[in-house]
Ligand binder design. Structure first.
Ligand code: UD1
Ligand code: MN
Length: 438
C-alpha cells in the first residue's frame, strides 16, 4: 500500500506537472495565436485604411486639380477680359465717338455750316451733331429744327441763361465776348457732364469745313491720347493764306503753342481742368495763356480744314476783310487715319525741328520776298520788334497773345513762301515766351 501511495504520488505529481506544462503551453499557444490573429486584423485594417486614404487622396488630388483648373480658367478669363477691354480701348482710339458741337446764336446762316457737316460726315454714329443755341433767336432755332426733326443723330439744346451780363461802361463794348464765353461754358458742360462724351469737335456757326474734316480729327485723335504734351487738335492755320502755305503738302501737320481755335477737339479731362477757372470773356485768348493750358501744345494743319465765312460777327468785319477772307480751305482728301503721325510726338518733333532749323542757311525776310536763293531758310529775329518787322515783311500775322506769335512753336514760326520752306526763328537760345511781347 505504501508503494502504491508513493507510485500514486509520483504519478500525481507527474500528472500535475504535465497539466502545468499543458496549461502553460496552451496558454502560450492561445496567446500566440490570439496576437497573430490580432496582427492580421490590424494589418487588414491598416490596409483598408491605406486604401481608403488612397481613395481620399486621389479624390482630393482630383479636387485640387479642379481648383487649379478653375483658377487657371478665371485667370484666363481675366486675361481675356483685359485683352478685350484693351481691344475696346484700341477700338475707341481707332473709332472714337467724336460728337460735333455747333455753337450757334442768331445767324440763320448756320444752315450753311450744318449742310456741310451733314454732307461730309462719313458716319452718323461716330459723329453725332449737337447744336447749342444761345441768344434765343427763333428764326435760327427754326432752321436748326429742320435738321433735328429729320435726323435723330442731330440734336439741339438751348443755352438757358439769356440774362444781361452786368458790365461797366468801359467793358460794355465787349459784351459779345462775355456772352460767347458764357455760352461755351454751358455747351461744354452739357456735352461732357450731361451727355458724358469723352471728347468733342467744336465748330462755330460761321465755319465751312473741308471734305476730310472728319478724317482729319479721327486720324489725329490718337495723338491727344498718346502725347500728354498735346491738349488740342485744331483744323486752323492762323497763317493759312495760299501765299504762305505749301499746297502740295495737304497731309503736313505741325505742333503749335498758339491755340488756333476755329474747329478744334477738346477732351473731357482737359475740360475738367479748364472749367473751374473758365474766364468771363475772351476765352480764346485765355486758352492762349500757357498758364491755363500748362504750357501744352496743339496740332494744326499746313492747309486749314475750316474756313470762316462770318463777316458779320462779334469782332465785326475788319479782321475778316484783312485776313479771314484770304484763308485757304483744303479741298484734297487726305486719309489721316492711315498716316503715320508719330513725327508729331514731342520728343521726336522738338529735336528734329530745332536741329533742322539751326542747320539751315540764314536769310533776310527781304531776300525771301525778293526771291533771292532757293531751298529752306531760316530768318532770324532777336526780339519782339525784329520779329514783327520780319513777319510783316513775309506777310505773316504779326500779333502776340501772352507773348506767343501766331502758329509759333518754341519760338519758331514756319511758312512756305515762293516755293521754299521758311522758318522765322529766334537767334538766341529759346527758353520761354515773354508775356511782355505785344
Ligand atoms: C471771335 C473768334 C471766335 C471766338 C470768339 C470769342 C475768329 C474768326 N472768331 O469771334 O472763334 O470764339 O472771338 O472770343 O477769330 N455767339 C454766341 N453768343 C453770342 C454771340 C455769338 O454763342 O451772344 C457764338 C456765335 O454763334 C459763334 C461764336 O459765338 O459761334 C463766335 O461769334 P462770332 O460772332 O462769329 O464772333 P467772332 O468775331 O468770329
Ligand atoms: Mn466768327
Amino acid at each position: 500500500m505504501r508503494v502504491n501511495l508513493r507510485r500514486f504520488m509520483i504519478i500525481g505529481s507527474c500528472l500535475t506537472g504535465a497539466w502545468f506544462i499543458y496549461t502553460y503551453l496552451s496558454f502560450f499557444v492561445v496567446t500566440n495565436s490570439y496576437s497573430r490573429n490580432n496582427f492580421v486584423d490590424l494589418e487588414k485594417k491598416l490596409n483598408s485604411l491605406q486604401s481608403k486614404l488612397d481613395v481620399e487622396l486621389s479624390d482630393s488630388s482630383v479636387l485640387l486639380e479642379r481648383v487649379k483648373q478653375h483658377l487657371r480658367r478665371s485667370e484666363q478669363n481675366e486675361k481675356t477680359k483685359e485683352l478685350y477691354s484693351n481691344n475696346l480701348e484700341t477700338q475707341s482710339v481707332i473709332n472714337p465717338i467724336l460728337p460735333v458741337l455747333v455753337i450757334a446764336c442768331d445767324r440763320i446762316t448756320v444752315k450753311r455750316c450744318l449742310d456741310n457737316l451733314v454732307k461730309f460726315r462719313p458716319n452718323k454714329e461716330t459723329f453725332p451733331i449737337i447744336v447749342s443755341q444761345d441768344c434765343g433767336h427763333n428764326a435760327t432755332y427754326q432752321v436748326i429744327k429742320q435738321y433735328t426733326d429729320s435726323d435723330p443723330t442731330i440734336s439741339v439744346v438751348k443755352q438757358p441763361d439769356l440774362s444781361e451780363i452786368p458790365l461797366t461802361r468801359a467793358k460794355v463794348k465787349f459784351k459779345g465776348y462775355y456772352k460767347i464765353a458764357r455760352h461755351y461754358k454751358f455747351a461744354l458742360n452739357y456735352v461732357f457732364r450731361s451727355l458724358g462724351h469723352e471728347a468733342v469737335i467744336i465748330v462755330e456757326d460761321d465755319l465751312d469745313i473741308s471734305p476730310d474734316f472728319f478724317e482729319y480729327f479721327q486720324g489725329t485723335y490718337p495723338l491727344l491720347l498718346k502725347d500728354p504734351s498735346i491738349w488740342c487738335i485744331s483744323a486752323w492755320n492762323d497763317n493759312g493764306k495760299k501765299e504762305l502755305i505749301d499746297l502740295s503738302r495737304p497731309e503736313l501737320l505741325h505742333r503749335t503753342d498758339f491755340f488756333p481755335g476755329l474747329g478744334w477737339v477738346l477732351r473731357s479731362e482737359t475740360w475738367d481742368m479748364l472749367e473751374p477757372k473758365w474766364p468771363e470773356a475772351f476765352f480764346d485768348d485765355w486758352l492762349r495763356d500757357p498758364e491755363n493750358t500748362q504750357g501744352r501744345a496743339c496740332i494744326r494743319p499746313e492747309v486749314s480744314r475750316t474756313y470762316s465765312f462770318g463777316k458779320v460777327g462779334v469782332s465785326k468785319g475788319l479782321f475778316f476783310d484783312l485776313h479771314l477772307r484770304y484763308m485757304q480751305l483744303n479741298m484734297e482728301f487726305v486719309e489721316f487715319t492711315k498716316h503715320n503721325l508719330t513725327y508729331l510726338i514731342k520728343d521726336v518733333y522738338d529735336d528734329s525741328l530745332t536741329s533742322l532749323v539751326y542747320s539751315l542757311p540764314e536769310s533776310s525776310a527781304e531776300e525771301v520776298i525778293a526771291g533771292v536763293g532757293s531751298g529752306p531758310v531760316r530768318v532770324a529775329y532777336s526780339n519782339a520788334k525784329t520779329y514783327q518787322k520780319a513777319a510783316k515783311k513775309l506777310g505773316l500775322m504779326d500779333d502776340f497773345r501772352s507773348g506767343i506769335p501766331r502758329t509759333a512753336y518754341r519760338g519758331i514760326v514756319t511758312c512756305y513762301i515762293r516755293g521754299r520752306r521758311v522758318y522765322l526763328a529766334p537767334n538766341y537760345e529759346w527758353v520761354k515766351y515773354d508775356p511782355n511781347w505785344g
